[in-house]
Design a protein around this ligand. Structure first.
Ligand code: MLT
Length: 245
């Protein structure tokens, strides 16, 4: 039976590495959703970095690189784009390489980079990411850790609810859920009918709306809008394909 562990804060990613679990990183608002949308719109690869220095250094080595990211939700000086998934609903970035740094999402990805496989999940790809994680867990005979990016080492409600959506699918597939995963599933079942209103009233939802980003929040809540599953390999995020299994 596959064990599904939900970890509520970035540093708990270490436990996933120790367990050798397949990791799913969730930062529904907005890092995961931006990565999914960019790859679905033919961006070639996305390189996650934690600091602005790293991002600028990468561009000084390759002037074609597009710098994407945020601090306090806003575009960073000298960057090309903020962390809005809506910016990628275009074919303008087809074939491009992107470097991304966000406050929590990219650090969460880094935290589990030594897991046998790291997938990126959000409301936008919940079906596919759970399917791929189950196949991989069977292949590697491992468990699955859902790691929440949250903020400043605390979970964000929208990430917890997204984990609940994934957990409900894992439960349906007969996986064993740890108590955090079970609690997230129960919360999801309570919130599902009203998910937009609940997320818009969450701390992060309210912050984004206050800085004029309500459209981003709405967009990120389009459940299963995409079937792409991003995965991390040697510090590069690309679309996962069956050939990798
Ligand atoms: C983060 O990594 O903290 C988020 O993606 C922030 C955001 O852009 O909403």
């Amino acid at each position: 039976m596959i064990e599904v562990n939900l970890e509520l804060s970035i540093e708990k990613g270490r436990e996933a590495v120790k367990r050798n679990d397949i990791a799913i990183v969730i930062d529904a608002l907005r890092c995961s959703s931006t990565i999914i949308t960019a790859l679905a719109n033919d961006v070639r690869e996305i390189i996650p970095v934690e600091t602005l220095d790293e991002a600028f250094k990468m561009r000084s080595n390759d002037s074609n690189i597009i710098l994407v990211g945020e601090r306090k939700g806003q575009k960073i000086d000298g960057f090309d784009l903020d962390n809005s998934p809506l910016k990628f609903i275009t074919n303008e970035f087809r074939g491009k390489r992107i470097v991304i740094t966000t406050t929590n999402g990219t650090s969460a990805i880094k935290q589990v980079e030594k897991c046998p496989m790291v997938l990126i999940g959000a409301f936008m790809n919940s079906n596919e990411v759970t399917k791929k994680a189950l196949i991989l867990a069977q292949k590697y005979q491992s468990g699955i850790t859902i790691l929440l990016a949250g903020r400043n080492h605390n979970f964000f409600l929208e990430d917890f609810l997204c984990a609940g959506l994934l957990s409900s699918k894992f439960k349906y597939a007969n996986a064993n859920l740890n108590d955090h995963a079970l609690a997230s599933m129960l919360s999801w079942e309570r919130a599902e009918c009203n998910i937009r209103e609940i997320v818009k009233n969450s701390q992060h939802g309210r912050n984004l709306i206050e800085i004029g980003l309500e459209k981003d929040v709405d967009f990120c809540l389009n459940i299963d809008a995409f079937s792409v599953v991003p995965y991390l390999e040697r510090n590069s995020i690309k679309i996962f394909s069956e050939g990798k299994i």
